[in-house]
Write a protein that binds this ligand. Structure first.
Ligand code: AMP
Length: 460
């Protein structure tokens, strides 16, 4: 594709100057596709990752209509973490350097309130912040958003992952209807569409990659003896080392047994089946979806509600009796255009089921030999994250921003090291990177969250 120069856009002259000064010659694909709509005032939902030039796209959009002589908050950018907010603020400042008197303020958790309050009194034109802290200022009535003309949700999928949905909706309810709303997200989970439907008006939908790839699944079948099922399952995981694996069993009892067996091999496996209490189920799903556990052993029924993107592998511990169920199971990998792996174990007595699958899928099964499976010496397969359990939740008026703030305030843990935050009525879960797990536990158990002490522990 021939990229278009910024000169093709009807931009205010100051912006053309700063773009040239920054050395941006041509537009990136995301900029080329979004800017004409952003400049014409349309709402927009765009698929864009870090590195795509998305920040400059929405920054140019909001700066092009900014009136520096009018002293009120005209633009609000919400970001999931302080680090991202700082980067976004820096990019907007660079582009705004040629527009005199433009005032931008970042409002993030983990920073003292005093200086933020002082800066807010000087009516910044642009606010870049994290949802928890922005909401706090709204509640204190130190921030007024009624006249916001541009609202940007950056990395919206990550904000939802971190549990900011309610905060975001509350913030948006404070803005006027005439605003232009743009939403940038690397992935499109269901929650994104729901937010878009609620807060946007006929948004232009821009996806850089086509999302309707036919699933690209490598499917292999392993013939085994009845008594080696568990051993071969372990070997498959050790050999392929998928980042996340869903193991399907046909019965509840099997699920628990298989998960226990894998844990004996020092693998982080959890069982999901109908005998779990609701809170246990929430806990298992939270750990798996936040990458604090990389293997989930489930029945078909229990796995139904599981909403996990990018499942690297599906393993059938036993073939399903129903070929349609089999196809449904393996279709859970290779979503969103990534390559998936589907591995199935079967014994002699299941050969009829295998035949039914071959007929149903219209192609012969590719058989693989267990002798090719290699278990590396010193196998260490730890999930990237650990979940911290907090014995307080929504009913204790706890918000995701409070947990994020408590963890990052001392500067020892960065926002980037924190994963999904999930709040229930009485408990909360925060995923943190393995290497800061102990530190996170110490910070949360020794310190206070929202001025109070709560019981916390690591879920291993
Ligand atoms: P982002 O995806 O917003 O994180 O931006 C990635 C990087 O690309 C940032 O360092 C920007 O300064 C830079 N950038 C943005 N737009 C352009 C452009 N049109 N040409 C060259 N670099 C750009």
């Amino acid at each position: 594709m021939n990229s278009a120069p910024f000169k093709d856009l009807a931009l205010r002259p100051e912006l053309q100057v700063s773009i040239t000064t920054l050395g941006y010659e041509v537009m990136t694909p995301v900029q080329e596709q979004t800017l004409p709509h952003l400049l014409s005032g349309k709402d927009l939902i765009a698929q864009a990752k870090t590195g795509s030039g998305k920040t400059a796209a929405f920054a140019i959009g909001l700066l092009n209509k900014l009136e520096a002589q009018s002293y009120y908050t005209q633009a609000l950018v919400l970001c999931p973490t302080r680090e991202l907010a700082d980067q976004v603020a820096a990019e907007i400042r660079r582009l705004a350097s040629t527009i005199p008197n433009t005032k931008l303020l970042t409002l993030c958790g983990g920073k003292p309130m005093g200086p933020q309050l002082a800066s807010l009194r000087r009516d910044p034109h642009i606010i870049v912040g994290t949802p928890g802290r922005v909401l706090k200022h709204i509640e204190k009535e130190t921030l007024h958003l009624e006249k916001v003309e541009t609202l940007v949700l950056d990395e919206a999928d990550r904000m939802l992952d971190m549990g900011f949905h309610d905060d975001i909706m509350q913030i948006i309810s404070q803005t006027g209807d005439s605003r232009q709303t743009s939403l940038f997200s690397a992935t499109y989970p269901e929650g994104i569409k729901q937010i878009s439907d609620k807060v946007q008006r006929n948004p232009v939908d821009i996806r850089v990659e086509a999302s309707h790839h036919s699933p690209d699944i490598e499917q292999l079948f392993y013939q085994i003896d009845k008594n080696e099922r568990e051993e071969v399952l372990f070997k498959l995981i050790a050999h392929y080392q998928p980042e996340s694996t869903l193991v399907f069993c046909n019965t509840k009892q099997q699920c628990q047994q298989v998960a226990n067996e894998l844990r004996q091999h020092d693998l982080h496996a959890l069982a999901l089946h109908g005998d779990l209490e609701q809170f246990e189920r929430d806990q298992v799903l939270t750990q798996f979806s936040s990458k604090s556990s990389s293997i989930l052993v489930a029945t078909d029924v229990a796995a139904r509600g599981l909403d996990v993107k990018e499942l690297a592998a599906v393993i059938n511990f036993e073939l399903s009796h129903d070929p349609e169920v089999h196809i449904h199971r393996i279709g859970r990998t290779a979503r969103a255009g990534s390559k998936g792996l589907a591995l199935s174990l079967f014994t002699d007595s299941e050969s009829r089921r295998l035949q039914a699958i071959e007929e149903y899928q219209g192609s012969p099964a590719i058989l693989a030999s267990t002798s090719t499976l290699k278990v590396p010496k010193n196998l260490k397969l730890y999930p990237p994250m650990v979940t911290v359990f907090v014995n307080a939740g929504r009913k204790d008026k706890l918000r995701p921003g409070d947990l994020l703030g408590a963890l990052t305030a001392g500067g020892e843990i960065a926002g980037e090291q924190i994963g999904k935050i999930k709040l229930f009525d009485k408990v909360a879960y925060v995923a943190v990177e393995q290497k800061v797990a102990k530190l996170a536990l110490t910070i949360l158990s020794d310190g206070k969250i929202k001025g109070r002490k709560f019981r916390v522990r690591l879920l291993r």
